[in-house]
Design a binder for this molecule. Structure first.
Ligand code: NI
Length: 163
């Protein structure tokens, strides 16, 4: 396993549509393992392959329970609405307010090509939407409606340290 460099929003590749995965081979497994290590190292909750310079439809999500690998994910159902803060490893240091569905269900393949479904509310739904947007070349700030101020971020961090 190896750490991969996380690209930032200036990179043209982050604004391109990623291609589907067709080979569920060793190279894909290496990418997934590297992405997992990179996500842990960055202390993030989700990572999409274009963020490490690979324009393939590959996403990993880890909201604290277990790491889920989604290959060729498609959002098949959403409902409700949540309004809250979001960040992105490719937009370091910034947090914006974004409205998202409160529930999302995705259909995806695992690393061996088997189809499965991932569904969830709250953070999981937010992550599914955020990461799938990356695969279509979209960054969350495009749909965010307000950037948090330095004071708000400061207050948030001190709150987290107390927890
Ligand atoms: Ni992101």
């Amino acid at each position: 396993m190896a750490l991969r460099k996380i690209l930032t929003v200036e990179e043209p590749g982050l604004h391109k549509v990623s291609r589907p995965v067709t080979k569920f081979d060793k190279k894909l497994h290496e990418l997934l393992d590297d992405m997992a290590q990179t996500l842990v190292d960055a202390n993030g909750v989700g990572l999409a392959a274009p963020q490490v310079g690979i324009l393939r439809r590959v996403v990993i999500i880890d909201t604290g329970e277990e790491l889920v690998e989604l290959i060729n994910p498609e959002i098949v159902e959403t409902s409700g609405e949540q309004d809250g803060m979001e960040g992105c490893l490719s937009v370091p240091g910034e947090y914006w307010l974004v409205k998202r569905p409160n529930y999302a269900k995705a259909r995806a393949q695992d690393r061996h090509g088997e189809w499965f479904e991932l569904e969830g509310e709250g953070l999981i739904a937010r992550c599914i939407c955020h990461e799938c947007d990356h695969l279509d070349g979209h960054i969350y700030t495009e749909i965010a409606y307000r950037k948090l101020t330095d004071e708000e971020i400061e207050a948030m961090h001190s709150g987290l340290e107390e927890a």
